[in-house]
Write a protein of this length. Structure first.
Length: 173
């Protein structure tokens, strides 16, 4: 091998090493800029089953079907949609082989948790509400105000709940 061939081989090796370093640096930079909404968006787009562990200790297995500003919606194995505010999500575990970059993209739905609840109130669906302490209450959604949800329980009993105390809402109808 003459000097020119050696020089070209060295340059090719240097170029390949530089490309690997650049790729590693870009990957690390993406990881450092990762946001939870980006992770949730990646998982929603993959449409694979995930497990979400809530701060109440409950686990939900299903697909993420919507990602909003401060909550995500899942379709669980039982097919009932579950709304989970990010403040109540402790961890999300993708199925084996699932990958995410967690890029800092904007959420798919430009709405907040309280607005999603308010939008459902007109239909008066039956819902189950779990608060951050873990207690679950079921009833008919009556109304949603700025920071309060009103639920009608069996026997015409009404309960008012602070929206920021809600860890999850399962919608039955």
């Amino acid at each position: 091998m003459d000097e020119t061939d050696r020089l070209l081989a060295d340059l090719a090796a240097w170029d390949a090493a530089r490309a690997r370093q650049d790729e590693a640096w870009l990957r690390r930079q993406a990881e450092e800029e990762a946001r939870f909404t980006g992770v949730a968006l990646d998982l929603a787009e993959q449409a694979d089953t995930v497990t979400v562990l809530s701060t109440t200790g409950r686990r939900h297995h299903g697909r993420i079907v919507a990602v909003a500003e401060d909550f995500l919606a899942m379709r669980t194995a039982g097919s009932a949609p579950v709304l989970l505010p990010y403040t109540a999500v402790a961890a999300v575990r993708p199925s084996p082989g699932g990958t995410t970059t967690g890029s800092s993209r904007a959420p798919l739905l430009g709405m907040r948790f309280v607005h999603a609840l308010a939008g459902m109130a007109a239909e008066r669906p039956r819902i189950a509400v779990v608060v951050h302490g873990g207690e679950s209450t079921s009833g008919e959604l009556q109304s949603v105000g700025v920071d309060v949800l009103t639920l009608r329980l069996e026997g015409a009993v009404v309960v008012h709940m602070r929206v920021d105390a809600i860890a999850e809402v399962t919608v039955f109808g």
